[in-house]
Ligand binder design. Sequence first.
Ligand code: UD1
Ligand code: UDP
Length: 411
Amino acid sequence: MEPKPLDATPVHDVAVVLGTRPEAVKLAPVVRAMRRSPRFRPTVVTTGQHREMLDRILPQLELEPDVRLDVMRERQSLHALSSRLHAALGEVLGSAAFDAAVVQGDTTTALCGAIAAFYQRIPVAHVEAGLRSGVQGDPFPEEVNRRMVAQVSTWHFAPTVPAGVNLLREGVPQDGIEVTGNTVVDNLLWVVDQGLGRSAFDTSRGGRRVLVTLHRRENQGAVMSGLAEAVLRLVRERDVQVVLPLHRSPAVREALLPVLSQDPRIRTTEPLDYLDFTATLADADLVLTDSGGVQEEAPSLDVPVLVLRRTTERMEVVRAGGAELVGTDPQVVLARALALLDDRDAHARMARAVSPFGDGRAAGRILDRLDRDLSAGAARPPAHLPVPVPGAALGTPAPAAAQGALVEAAR
Ligand code: UD1
Ligand code: UDP
């Protein structure tokens, strides 16, 4: 890293750490904005927690890494992954005088990146902070990962007011919370500008189009096979074509393929390039998914979503009417999918729901806040750790004054 000139306006050296497909999607707008800005000198570190799935989409997102680690091993345990990440990230973050480190979301890369930065006394900025299901093992291990990231973060960039309120309720100091919108919308708008890719649906064929993605660890095994059975029954009961881009995880393929390969109306593919995936999503009549990012992208493209999970940390989209939390019982999933495909009015109501995930200017807000604090020398590891508000479990009202101030600040 070049030494900083002494008399110039401050340039902030920021490490941006990412390792999986959703982190790449959601940090791409932040990195692109930093690379355009004269105030930031980002170093993009990809851990390689995902290998093929990340390599496929990095060029499309204009996200060439500066440092490429290669921690992925087939079927590795969370322990093995974490220990490789800690060792490798400790070295990278210790190799230069970073002013801040940015992590996103709740993956093992995000958690280890945040801890590695903290150990190097680098202040941590957490993008997409404050999402909470309130259930320790659902999603597993992400609900606990993101809570631990909050403990070592200086800046908490919450995508929505409810996410910011979750942080307040946990006692995160209000001046560390910034409600920005979700960077996934920034990215989607950018992609729409570039021109979407090619839909994976068979456009020569009629029938309703259903896009399915499944990968969550807590769904793997019998639950995921049961969900595949629901998809199989769907194509047998209605004139429907299904596209399901398979996650690279062997556990996902073992659960899905024996069931899904029984019917040619179900097209399983390798993970799609981002541009092709968004084109396929835009082309779908309905999405069935346990993905976080897909839950957020679909309402921006006016596609109704059935969330195949027991909980969601994205209740905003359910409340807005764009998604329904249907759980993982195959009978219920099938019934709800059939109901939506058959009832055009209900379908249109869901498709019309307004996305609660922001206006596509989240990255700009993140950069503004970082620039302000880093220029003022205000970024230190937080002197005060979060102090939980007594009795403030999820679902109880947040302190009214604080909630009001946050809503005001988010305007
Ligand atoms: C991870 C995140 C999850 C996120 C998901 C996005 C954790 C604990 N989980 O889950 O929050 O929703 O990414 O997709 O961080 N594999 C490959 N090639 C790839 C990617 C994965 O072969 O490009 C295989 C490997 O065998 C790997 C396994 O998939 O061991 C699981 O990958 P891992 O990153 O541990 O977890 P995900 O289930 O992908
Ligand atoms: N995605 C993609 N190709 C695919 C499936 C998904 O590019 O074949 C993108 C999708 O647009 C979204 C992100 O991957 O932005 C979601 O990743 P994933 O579902 O793996 O993780 P999650 O969001 O659940 O953490």
